[in-house]
Design a binder for this molecule. Structure first.
Ligand SMILES: Cc1cc2nc3c(=O)[nH]c(=O)nc-3n(C[C@H](O)[C@H](O)[C@H](O)COP(=O)(O)OP(=O)(O)OC[C@H]3O[C@@H](n4cnc5c(N)ncnc54)[C@H](O)[C@@H]3O)c2cc1C
Length: 263
């Protein structure tokens, strides 16, 4: 590690000032500290968000669930409010990574990082959630912009995410044994205004699948998903799996997610 300074702002206003001056936000450190150790990131100053009350908490607001950026995966997975209002989200959070990652990792950190195989982006995009920052609200459809890239401007902080509640939803993934990240994950949600399907782990970043959404809007059944051909031409091939294998996984995991959502 090389020298850097660590600030511990107590309020969102102080964190915003630090971030505007160039400090790098530190959430649970699950990605950031590892990337600093590897010299992939070299901030001069970190702003630890852990002590900021405005970034914590989980609350119901009408037909939506609002979750603070610093909510840890463990907290979301164990929350009675989330389990009752949006069980698929609690289930997703409770299956992220391993025990340490769930104890430290945060919703805001996961979304700002936008790893192409992360679980949370699929729930945010798959439910049509809104990312709330210190300066604006960003629709999920506009937030994720490909490999480790988001709509956040320099110094902009995620403060919370507002999730509309689905009628039915489920998340299925095939977990990589070594990293615990999904090889492919699919989040399916039947919302008041139609079905949304978001895929993670298969491409450059999380994406919606129009063919699956159309088929499931006609008939919300595993059979409808099974009939959709998944084009592999823009999917990833790496040492873990070919694009064709990932395409097949998208189809199979969607069928499983729909079966689970139906119950
Ligand atoms: C071994 C391992 C296994 C994992 N498995 C999974 C998995 O199965 N599924 C999955 O989804 N994820 C997985 N993760 C990722 C994990 O869930 C974390 O969410 C992710 O590493 C980000 O960590 P963090 O929340 O601690 O954020 P940090 O590492 O602290 O920050 C990450 C980035 O986000 C920025 N940032 C943090 N908070 C904010 C904010 N509020 N506003 C703006 N920018 C911010 C930071 O500056 C940094 O650039 C895994 C991680 C590890 C190490």
């Amino acid at each position: 590690m090389y020298p850097f300074t660590l600030e511990r702002p107590a309020t969102l206003a102080d964190a915003v000032k630090l971030a505007a001056a160039g400090a790098k936000p530190l959430a649970g450190g699950q990605t950031l500290l590892a990337s600093m150790k590897l010299r992939l990131s070299a901030p001069d100053q970190l702003a630890d968000l852990a002590g900021i009350a405005e970034l914590s908490g989980i609350r119901r607001e009408g037909d939506a669930l609002v979750i603070g950026a610093m909510a840890r995966h463990l907290e979301v997975g164990n929350s009675a409010e989330v389990k009752s209002a949006f069980p698929a989200l609690a289930d997703l959070a409770s299956r992220i990574g391993d025990r340490q990652v769930r104890a430290m990792g945060t919703l805001g950190g996961s979304l700002a990082n936008n790893d192409p195989a992360a679980c949370y982006p699929s729930a945010v995009l798959g439910s049509g959630a809104t990312v709330v920052t210190d300066r604006r609200e960003i629709a999920a459809d506009d937030f994720f912009q490909g490999l480790f890239t988001t709509a956040l401007d320099d110094g902009e902080l995620i403060t919370a995410v507002r999730f509309p509640l689905p009628q039915r939803a489920a998340y299925e993934k095939l977990r990589q044994k070594a990293s615990h990240f999904p090889l492919v994950g699919v989040f399916v949600a039947q919302m008041a205004n139609g079905v949304r399907v978001a895929v993670t782990g298969a491409g450059n970043g999380v994406f919606r699948h129009n063919g699956l959404e159309d088929a499931l809007s006609q008939s919300f059944t595993p059979e409808a998903a099974a009939g959709v051909k998944i084009d592999s031409s823009e999917l990833n091939t790496d040492l873990h799996a070919s694009a064709a294998y990932r395409a097949n996984l998208i189809n199979v995991l969607t069928q499983r997610a729909v079966a689970r959502a139906i119950g």
